[in-house]
Design a protein around this ligand. Structure first.
Ligand code: MF3
Ligand code: CO
Length: 255
């Protein structure tokens, strides 16, 4: 069942999303060779505490960390670790923030130090794919319209879209209905309604879309070893269109 959120719930999730967006903007400033994803984990944990929020991912189905940190060929759910990041690494930081019961989920990709042209291109296509998906979010459209817009664009650029992990409804728990694939057919799937809140979070690979699971049971990486990138926003559907609850551009402090 897809729950419809009240204006009050959406406002609470928006507050949480603003906090999450400000964390990503801080991480962007920290990113440099030698930093570890464990440093980021500790920073996020402290930042949330200072702002009266909690890391919703910690303890979720046995996951032990506030953040997911996925480096290079890792697609998602990488563990934060003490291995120093190297010049040119591509790292995705993903987290779910709980502020007074309001949840928000956002992943962002960063390049460490000087970026290779090919990495910048992958990042640009992945971020654009997210926004092409967001454009389809309006009452009356269908979930398949989102995936279709993303898949058509990404494959047209010569990359592939991961199939094994998809966007999801969110709040009060991390994963709710609807399921939001980043591939699909236009006019298919559930109709999008006012009051729905869900994520769009395309994972885009340079090579093929297939993933394989690490022995830790969490971390997925590309089967062919190619680079993978991800951007994710939490979105609320209103009668006038969409609100990006985790928007980094609407919180002041340019970056
Ligand atoms: N933030 C993740 C998502 O986008 C949720 C990860 S759940 C965890 O779906 F337990 F792995 F953290
Ligand atoms: Co996420």
């Amino acid at each position: 069942m897809v729950t419809i959120k009240s204006q009050r719930e959406i406002n609470m999730m928006k507050k949480s999303g603003e906090l999450l967006a400000s964390i990503h903007k801080e991480i962007a400033k920290m990113m440099r060779p030698g930093l570890t994803t464990w440093d980021i984990e500790v920073f996020v944990d402290d930042y949330l505490k200072k702002h009266g929020a909690t890391p919703e991912q910690k303890g979720y189905r046995g996951y032990e960390y506030a953040t997911c940190a996925s480096i290079n060929d890792e697609i998602c759910h990488g563990f934060p670790r003490k291995q120093p990041l190297k010049n040119g690494d591509l790292v995705t930081i993903d987290m779910v923030v709980n502020l007074n019961g309001g949840l928000a989920d956002s992943a962002w990709s960063y390049v460490v130090g000087e970026a290779d042209e090919s990495v910048l291109k992958l990042m640009d296509v992945t971020k654009t794919a997210l926004y092409k998906g967001i454009e389809q979010v309006k009452p009356g459209n269908r979930i398949g319209d989102i995936g279709h817009a993303i898949q058509t664009y990404v494959e047209g650029e010569g990359y592939s879209v991961v199939r094994d992990f998809i966007g999801h409804g969110i709040g009060p728990s991390i994963h709710e209905k609807p399921e939001v694939p980043h591939f699909g057919l236009p006019g298919k799937g559930l109709r999008i309604k006012e009051g729905m809140v869900f994520t769009i979070e395309p994972m885009v690979n340079v090579g093929r879309y297939h993933s394989k699971m690490d022995a830790n049971g969490w971390t997925a990486r590309t089967a062919d070893g190619s680079l993978s990138c991800q951007y994710e926003h939490t979105l609320a559907v209103t009668k006038d269109g969409v609100i990006i609850l985790t928007d980094q551009d609407s919180t002041g402090d340019d970056n």
